[in-house]
Write a protein that binds this ligand. Structure first.
Ligand code: T1G
Length: 693
C-alpha cells in the first residue's frame, strides 16, 4: 500500500492515539514502514480527539534500524530524516514505547519523539559503526544532546546495546514500565504527559549537554588517542567522532547536513559494503540446505572432554560459561591438575579485570569435574576429544569412547586437520561422530568449524550447528579434507610467507604487510608468540628450515626473548640483525638469488593462493558458500571485517587479476599455483564469488 497502511496502523485508546508498526521480523525501517509511520503520525496530529501519541511495535522488537537490505538501492519512500521530523514537529506529545532492541534508525526514530519509555529487558543503541557507517538520521546530533558528548562517543563508536535502566540513568529513557505491559504503561505515561501539560520536549532544542561538552575541549582528541588501536584500519569510527564534534559547534540543521556529508561517502565505500555483507554472511552461515530448522536435534546438557591441555581447557570454558557441566579427563594426574588450575587462572584473570564476578568464577568451577578415568564419560550427551594431533592416538581414543559413552552420545573431535571419516570408522557409531574444530584460544575465538563426516546423522550435524550460538561461537559447516577450510587456506599463505623470505623479503616485511592489511599479526610474529618449537625436537631436527635453525640456536620465540625477532624486557619486538644474516645465508645455501619485493607483490603472493584454495574448496563442496569461507577467516583468524573476507576481497580485486598472477607464478615457480577451474570461470565471466562487492 502506498502509505504503508499495511504495516503501520493507527488506533485510539480514548484520547491517546496508538501508532503500531508491524513489519516482521524486526520492524526494520523499509520504505513501507517509513511511509506508514509518517502517514499515521500526520493523521494522529490532525485528529483533534487525540491529545498524545504512542509509537510502538508489534512482534519481538521495536524498530531494529534502517532496512539494511535496501542499502545501495535507489532510495524510495519517505526519507528517514523527514519521517523523524514529522514525529518531532507533531503538535502533540509523541511517546516512543520500546521493547526488544531500538537500534540505529530505530533509536533515531525514538529520539525524534518527545518522550521515551521502555520495558526493563529493552536495549537501545546506534550500531551503524558495525556496518561501516555512522548514524545517518540525526543520531550523531540528537544523542549527544541527551547523554552528553563523552557517552555519545562511547555508544556510537562501539555500537553497544545499552540496557533500559542504564539508558534511563543517562536520560535516554524517561520511564521504565512493567515488563510485558508496554502498551498499557506507555498509554498511562502519555496520559500523565497530557494531564501535567508537559512540554513538547524536542531533543534538537536541548543545549545543556552541548554546553557542558564545550568545557572539555580536549575530549575528542583524547578519545581518538585512547581508541587508536581499536579503530586501526576502520573509516567509520573517525566519521562518528567528526559528526559528534559537529554537534558541538553547529546549529542542529547544519549538524544534520554535516552528518549526511560524512554518512554518504561511507555508505558508498568498500568498507561498509564489506561490513554489511558480513552482517548477512554471519546469518547465512547458520543455514544448511538439507537441515531445515525443523531438523530434530539432540539435548546437550552435559559435556565430556578428553584432554585437559590448552585446547581442552579452552573448550571446557565455553560450556561452563553457558552453564553446562563438564567432566574433563586426562591420563596423568599432573596434567589434569595443571589443566584445571589453568581454567581457574583464566577465570580469575577475567574477574580481576572486572569482567566476571568472583561468585561467577566459583559457579563455573563448580560445574567442572576432573577425572583420570575415561569410564567417567558414560553419562554425557556430547564428548569432545581434544588430544594430541595424531591419527592413531585419536582412533584409539574414539574406540575407547565407543565403549564408554552412552548410546546416542555425540562423539566430536577437535582435530585441526585430520580425516574425521577415518576417526568415525574407529567406532561402531559413525552416525554420532563429527568434527568440532575450535580455534585457539578456544575460549576466545568465535569460530567453530563443524566438520560434517560422511556418515554423521542429520540430527548430530544440526545439533552441533545449533550448539554454536549457545556457547558464543559462530558455527560454520565444513567438509572433510586436510585442514578443512581455514587451515587449508592458511597452509597456502604460510608456504608463500616462508618462500618470500627465502626469495628476498625479510620476516618483518611479510608481517608488516599483513599487519597493515588489517590482520592482528603476521605469521612470523605469531610463530614467536606461540613458540617456534611446537612440534620440534632437537633429536629429530634437520636444521634445514629457518625455524629449525632458530630452535637449534635456542631462539624459540618470545618465551626465550628471541625468535624471528629480538625482544626487550617488555617483549617489544624488533628486527634481528642475527636473523637477517641467517636469512641471507639460508638463501645463499639454497642457491637462491635474492630480489626485492614491493609490499603489493608480497600481499598478492600471500593472499591470492589463499583465494585460489578457497575456490577449490567451493568446487569440492567443502564449504557451502563463499561467504562461509569469509566468516571462517574473519572469526577464526582476525581477517579485517572491513575487507569482507578473502572471497569478498577477491571480488574487490577481480578474479581476472587473481588468475593472471596465479598463471604467472605457475609458469615461473611451480604447479602449486595452478588456478582452480572455478577461478578461471569467474575470471572469464566477470562474475563475483560473493556478489556483494
Ligand atoms: N535490516 C534488514 N534485516 C534485518 C535487520 C535490518 N536492520 N536486522 C535484522 N534483520 C534480519 C536478519 O537478517 C535476520 O534475517 C532476521 O532479521 C533476524 O535477525 C539510518 C543507516 C535486531 C539485534 O545494525 O543487530 O539504521 O536471517 O537473526 O539474533 O542511522 O538482527 O531471518 O532472514 O539477527 O534476534 C542499524 C541489525 C541499521 C541492527 C536481532 N541496525 N540487526 O538479533 O535476530 S543501519 C542494526 C541486529 C541504520 C540509520 C542507519 C539483530 C537484532 P533472516 P537476527 P537476532
Amino acid at each position: 500500500m502506498a502509505d504503508g497502511a499495511g504495516v503501520v496502523t493507527l488506533e485510539r485508546d480514548g484520547e491517546i492515539g496508538i501508532v503500531t508498526v508491524d513489519s516482521p521480523p524486526v520492524n526494520a525501517l523499509s520504505a513501507a514502514v517509513r511511509d506508514g509511520i509518517a502517514g499515521r503520525i500526520r493523521e494522529a496530529s490532525a485528529d483533534d480527539g487525540i491529545r498524545a501519541i504512542v509509537l510502538l511495535c508489534a512482534g519481538r522488537t521495536f524498530i531494529a534500524g534502517a532496512d539494511i537490505s535496501e542499502f545501495g538501492k535507489p532510495p524510495k519512500g519517505t526519507p528517514l530524516n523527514l519521517m523523524i521530523d514529522t514525529i518531532e514537529s507533531a503538535p502533540k506529545p509523541v511517546v516512543a514505547a520500546i521493547h526488544g532492541t531500538a537500534l540505529g534508525g530505530g533509536l533515531e526514530t525514538a529520539l525524534g519523539a518527545h518522550y521515551r519509555v521502555a520495558v526493563p529487558s529493552a536495549k537501545v543503541g546506534l550500531p551503524e559503526v558495525k556496518l561501516g557507517l555512522i548514524p545517518g538520521a540525526g543520531g550523531t546530533q540528537r544523542l549527544p544532546r541527551v547523554v552528553g558528548a563523552k557517552r555519545a562517543l562511547e555508544m556510537i563508536t562501539s555500537g553497544e546495546q545499552v540496557p533500559a535502566r542504564a539508558a534511563q540513568e543517562s536520560g535516554l529513557i524517561d520511564a521504565i514500565v512493567e515488563e510485558g505491559k508496554l502498551r498499557e504503561g506507555a498509554v498511562a505515561f502519555a496520559r500523565t504527559v497530557v494531564a501535567e501539560a508537559r512540554p513538547l520536549r524536542k531533543v534538537r532544542d536541548l543545549t545543556d549537554k552541548i554546553e557542558a561538552a564545550k568545557a572539555e575541549p580536549g575530549l575528542f582528541d583524547a578519545f581518538r588517542q585512547a581508541n587508536a588501536r581499536k579503530f586501526r584500519g576502520f573509516e567509520a569510527p573517525e566519521g562518528c567522532i567528526k559528526a559528534i564534534e559537529a554537534a558541538m559547534t553547529l546549529p542542529f540543521d547544519e549538524g544534520l547536513r554535516a552528518e549526511r556529508a560524512i554518512f554518504e561517502p561511507l555508505m558508498a565505500g568498500t568498507q561498509s559494503k564489506a561490513q554489511r555483507y558480513v552482517f548477512f554472511a554471519e546469518r547465512e552461515a547458520r543455514k544448511v540446505p538439507d537441515l531445515p530448522d525443523s531438523t530434530p536435534t539432540l539435548p546437550v546438557e552435559s559435556v565430556g572432554i578428553v584432554g585437559a591441555g590448552t585446547m581442552g581447557g579452552g573448550i571446557a570454558m565455553n560450556f561452563l560459561n553457558a552453564g553446562i557441566p563438564v567432566t574433563i579427563v586426562e591420563a596423568k594426574k599432573e596434567n589434569l591438575e595443571r589443566g584445571l588450575a589453568t581454567i581457574r587462572k583464566n577465570y580469575e584473570a577475567t574477574a580481576a579485570k572486572g569482567r566476571l564476578k568472583p561468585a561467577d568464577v566459583e559457579t563455573r568451577m563448580n560445574l567442572l569435574t576432573g577425572s583420570l578415568e575415561m569410564a567417567d564419560l558414560g553419562r554425557q550427551d556430547l564428548v569432545i576429544e581434544a588430544i594430541f594431533e595424531n591419527m592413531e592416538l585419536k582412533k584409539e581414543t574414539f574406540a575407547k569412547l565407543d565403549q564408554v559413552a552412552k548410546p546416542g552420545a555425540i562423539l566430536a573431535s577437535n582435530t585441526s586437520y585430520l580425516n574425521v571419516d577415518e576417526i568415525a570408522a574407529a567406532t561402531g557409531r559413525p552416525e554420532s561422530v563429527i568434527g568440532m574444530h575450535f580455534f585457539s584460544p578456544a575460549n576466545v575465538m568465535r569460530l567453530l568449524e563443524v566438520v560434517r563426516a560422511e556418515k554423521a546423522s542429520k540430527e548430530v550435524v544440526a545439533t552441533a550447528m545449533k550448539l554454536g550460538p549457545k556457547i558464543g561461537k559462530l558455527a560454520v559447516l565444513v567438509g572433510v579434507c586436510h585442514g578443512f577450510v581455514g587451515n587449508r587456506m592458511l597452509a597456502e599463505r604460510q608456504r608463500e610467507a616462508n618462500r618470500l623470505v627465502e626469495e628476498g623479503a625479510m620476516p618483518w616485511d611479510v608481517d608488516r604487510v599483513l599487519y597493515e592489511f588489517g590482520l592482528p599479526m603476521g605469521p612470523f610474529a605469531m610463530s614467536d608468540l606461540a613458540g617456534l618449537d611446537i612440534g620440534w625436537s632437537r633429536e629429530t631436527s634437520k636444521g634445514e628450515t629457518l625455524r629449525e635453525k632458530l630452535c637449534e640456536m635456542d631462539r624459540r620465540g618470545q618465551k626465550t626473548g628471541a625468535g624471528f625477532y629480538d625482544y626487550d624486557a617488555s617483549r617489544t619486538a624488533k628486527p634481528s640483525e642475527l636473523v637477517e644474516r641467517l636469512v641471507l645465508d639460508h638463501s645463499k645455501a639454497k642457491g637462491i638469488e635474492r630480489r626485492a619485493f614491493t609490499d603489493e607483490q608480497i600481499l598478492e603472493r600471500l593472499i591470492f593462493p589463499m583465494i585460489n584454495e578457497g575456490a577449490k574448496i567451493l568446487e569440492e563442496g567443502k564449504a557451502l558458500r563463499a561467504s562461509d569461507i569469509d566468516m571462517v577467516w574473519i572469526t577464526g583468524y582476525g581477517w579485517p571485517v572491513y575487507r569482507g573476507g578473502p572471497m569478498f576481497y577477491a571480488d574487490t580485486v577481480g578474479a581476472r587479476t587473481v588468475l593472471a598472477r596465479m598463471e604467472e607464478w605457475e609458469s615461473e615457480i611451480g604447479p602449486e599455483f595452478k588456478p582452480s577451474e572455478l577461478l578461471r570461470r569467474k575470471a572469464a565471466s566477470g562474475e563475483q564469488f560473493t556478489g556483494a562487492a
